[in-house]
Design a binder for this molecule. Sequence first.
Ligand SMILES: [Zn+2]
Length: 328
Amino acid sequence: MKQPTGDLELPHEESRPSTAEPRKTKGQVVAERLVGEVGWETETVGLCSCPFQDFHTHVSGRKDCRVHLDGAPNFHCVHESCKEHLAALSQEFRTQLLEVGLGFTCPETSLQSRQAYRRQEQSRQRARKSAPLIQRDYAWTLQKLKLDSPVDVPGAPTGQYQRFLDLFAEDDIVWIGERYSSGIRHLGSFRTASDWRAFEASIANYTCPSTFIPGEYRRSNDCVKQRRYLVVESDKLSRDETCAVFRWLKEACDWGLAAVVDTGGKSLHGWFRSPDEDLEEAKIVLGELGCDTKMFTPSQPVRIPGIMREDGGGMQKLIYFDPAEVNV
Ligand SMILES: [Zn+2]
């Protein structure tokens, strides 16, 4: 009997029936490693069940979550309650895609931006790991912070307000107003620190840690003359936990803490001398530590001390002041 030769028996490439699933792309494999099985609708978009279903406050479906491999690769779920976790997973997703040699188009795929992205990822991961250590090694309670204030802070509104104005040079244009006091009708919200001193106490609930260009009357970034302070706050951390982050910034990062304001609500505001270093990295790190990154916007309004909150909350109070760290 004649032995069949392999060549004759094997069907040709072209005639092989194509019933098998198309091979998964590298990107698809990475996605499935993170969220389990994905029903791919196209090569770059697929549906899966949300890996953070436990956080959902409404009923979960098997196709709640969408995977995008194009643009800035990410996972997106129809539920709100898993958003934060999914955002962190999306970051991990992009890191892993870079690790298997896949770039993506947003941000750009140039080597430089990929390196920058990788550096940001490293900062993020380092910060995530450091968070509990910061709380342990730099513990600082609110009570202790008050006791540690280098000078006694006056309690009465006038004293609080005058002390607050010490954060600026006398000819700095300081904005004091309500949240939307911006535009020509609100010219009176922009005055020199020395003019503001003529008022007995604050006339409004908000101020800004940056100074403004003389003659400008809009509270916007392009009218900012100088960012004198970076205000750090958190809505997520407890007050004591926020104090620990302040202490870490002060002692480990050498950021000068000039003042702390109790907003009379949930949070504390740490007024740090605007650091010279790269604020992009600081933004990433502080975000990971649970701080509010909208404060990185130079014209962001913040609560001024020495006045009752307008919303029925408590007194907005200066509770810590260090003249040595005033940035003028
Ligand atoms: Zn979800």
